[in-house]
Design a binder for this molecule. Structure first.
Ligand SMILES: NC(=O)c1ccc[n+]([C@@H]2O[C@H](COP(=O)([O-])OP(=O)(O)OC[C@H]3O[C@@H](n4cnc5c(N)ncnc54)[C@H](OP(=O)(O)O)[C@@H]3O)[C@@H](O)[C@H]2O)c1
Length: 341
């Protein structure tokens, strides 16, 4: 709700996470009052970077858990905008139904119901993932997918490609959120980010940053994740964290025009193209793409994800080349100890 001095309030769920911490920082820099939720505010290891952001502006840190009905009531009460970023990210779970799909869908609905109860939230921005868009059988190459495309859950559950439970969780969370938004008259917009890289206030990272740096760091598990993305997506679509956070705030603030889903992707590349770029730009590191004996690595992307809808809405990406994107993330990787100086 607008305070007497005209300050808008935004709730960010999962506020201590990789994307959410950067979003909290941006909102504070833009003059918002922010209510960030975390599962355990007493966990200093997970929250100290968030507490440091309190120096930038009015930031409240509240306890809330996706698994507990009504847990987000206090956090969204009085807010103008709610950014739903918290979600389980259990990419390698052996029981995706229990660890990924149920908590993701149930948790999304739980926060949406709190927004409906609050009655002040002008717009909900749900952070989904491009995994909800493009995991479907596509023969040949030259495909350009937009927001009309949905991952094929029948095919996904039958073929079980890498992280298939994550794909199912994102499709179902979006569809259930859209249903509930319509039922309760909530203004909902969905961001579908691709592989998101860049410096965040968090001191520990687990997925996209290690994956993007894996050819330099030699982290085989992270390289496996990157190869899984290329195989299932038909390329490596990439977006800078700063652009994603600006896009999410843009989608909240364009509440009268923006609607539905928005793919957030700067461009699509391949592991081979990234490796060539890294070898040229960072000769001090050795670049390793691992074993490709079956020749699965792509020379060119087969499938591109289009952010034309976001751009037509008036959003401008700032990081449009590998050079611009990697500059930031390589420095971040050094600071975090993922890469040597
Ligand atoms: N990073 C990417 O490249 C990328 C790309 C596309 C989409 N996304 C999506 O963006 C969102 C954020 O991802 P991220 O990369 O920032 O991951 P992250 O750092 O792991 O953040 C996930 C956040 O969700 C919270 N969370 C998990 N389970 C919860 C629960 N039961 N109750 C409350 N909070 C819970 C985590 O809290 P704890 O710290 O307590 O576990 C953490 O704060 C996710 O929805 C992810 O699917 C990410």
């Amino acid at each position: 709700m607008l305070t007497a001095d005209g300050v808008k309030t935004a709730c960010v769920t999962g506020g201590n996470g990789y994307i959410a911490s950067a979003l909290v920082k941006l909102l504070l820099e833009k003059g918002y009052a922010v209510k960030a939720t975390v599962r355990n505010p007493d966990d200093t290891e997970k929250n100290s970077h968030l507490k440091e952001l309190q120096a930038l502006g009015p930031l409240e840190i509240l306890r809330a858990d996706l698994d507990q009905e009504g847990s987000f009531d206090e956090a969204v009460a009085g807010c103008d905008y709610a950014f739903l970023v918290a979600a389980p990210v259990n990419l390698t779970s052996e029981n995706p139904e229990k660890d990924q799909i149920e908590p993701s869908v149930g948790g999304t609905l739980n926060v949406m119901r709190s927004c409906a109860k609050a009655g002040t939230v002008r717009r909900v921005v749900l952070t989904s993932a491009a995994s909800s868009v493009c995991i479907r059988p596509l023969e040949g190459d030259g495909h350009v997918l937009d927001e009309e495309s949905w991952s094929d859950l029948e095919w996904v559950t039958a073929e079980k490609p890498p992280s298939w439970g994550y794909v199912v969780s994102k499709v179902l969370s979006e569809k259930e959120a859209l249903r509930l938004a319509q039922e309760h008259g909530i203004s909902l917009v969905i961001a579908c980010p691709v592989l998101t890289v860049g410096a965040s206030p968090v001191p520990k990272v687990y997925t996209s940053v290690p994956a993007s740096l894996s050819m330099l760091s030699g982290d085989e598990a992270a390289l496996g994740m990157l190869k899984g993305i290329e195989k299932t997506f038909g390329g490596v679509p990439i977006v800078d964290l700063d652009d994603l956070c600006r896009a999410e705030v843009f989608l909240a603030e364009t509440e009268t025009t923006a609607s539905g889903r928005y793919i957030c992707s700067s461009f699509t590349t391949t592991i081979v193209e990234i490796a060539r770029f890294l070898a040229r730009k960072y000769p001090q590191y050795s670049v390793n793409v691992g074993n490709d004996s079956s020749g699965e690595l792509l020379e060119k992307p087969r499938v591109c994800l289009s952010s034309a809808k976001l751009v037509e809405e008036g959003f401008e990406f700032r990081y449009k080349t590998l050079d611009e994107i990697y500059q930031d993330v390589v420095e971040y990787g050094k600071a975090l100890g993922i890469l040597p100086y």
